[in-house]
Design a protein around this ligand. Sequence first.
Ligand SMILES: Nc1ncnc2c1ncn2[C@@H]1O[C@H](COP(=O)(O)OP(=O)(O)OP(=O)(O)O)[C@@H](O)[C@H]1O
Length: 258
Amino acid sequence: MTAILSVEGVDKSYGTHHILKSVSLTVEDGETFAVIGPNGAGKTTLFKVMTGEIGFERGRIVYDGRDVSRAPAHERARLGMGRTFQVARIFPDVTVADNLTVAVEARRRSRGESAPAWYRVATRADIRAEVEARLLDVGLADKAAVEAKFLSHGDKKRLEFGIALAGRPRILMLDEPTAGMSPTDRIATADLIARLRAETGLTVVMTEHDMDVIFGLADRILVMNYGEIIAVGSIEEVRANPLVREVYLGQEIYHAER
Ligand SMILES: Nc1ncnc2c1ncn2[C@@H]1O[C@H](COP(=O)(O)OP(=O)(O)OP(=O)(O)O)[C@@H](O)[C@H]1O
């Protein structure tokens, strides 16, 4: 296995509040890597540091062999880091298909894939075909003409996955993909992630509170507490770790089924 993403000794503070304390981790190409921990542990902060939404004081982030510590989020996206947010970021007043079209066009522009003017008609057909493929990927083909604001919470999340996939990512960063969902939508979202991963070989990095979702998807789990890593390893290794037992005593992590 080769590393696709490494975080090396990263420190991040908000004012005098030291949030990430010399955090280091390595994500292997093709694995599903989950970050868990109690509320306020620093998971979202770690995510934002990895995706380039916020800066940090010390350490570095290496993606696909290059130091991206100072690269802004859009540059990391261009290099292949796709992401979704806890609250879906979509255009509510345009249709599902148009949301995807915007994402496909944005990727083409940012990667210099736009065709010359004489080729525009063919390009439109290409874009339409790509949008249709993404609609099928995320199970929204029958809702292509629906304005995004009318979608259910679960379907909004599907659309956000579609938008992320339109960027042709190598690694997909999912910040609490099932947050606020009904149990049915949670299962559907976990199934969608599992299918996309199987079909595309995507590397997935996710935070999530639902242990059933984590145990169903993750190859490895990292546990954070107060901005520090207290364990990293397989589900079995993490469950057996005494520090994890202390933090999660009697909680879902020990009841969820594999
Ligand atoms: N912009 C900010 N300014 C100041 N403090 C912040 C900011 N964002 C987060 N924090 C603080 O940093 C700490 C870690 O927050 P973070 O959102 O990373 O935790 P989390 O593990 O993702 O929590 P949750 O599971 O509740 O989403 C918390 O104490 C939070 O209050």
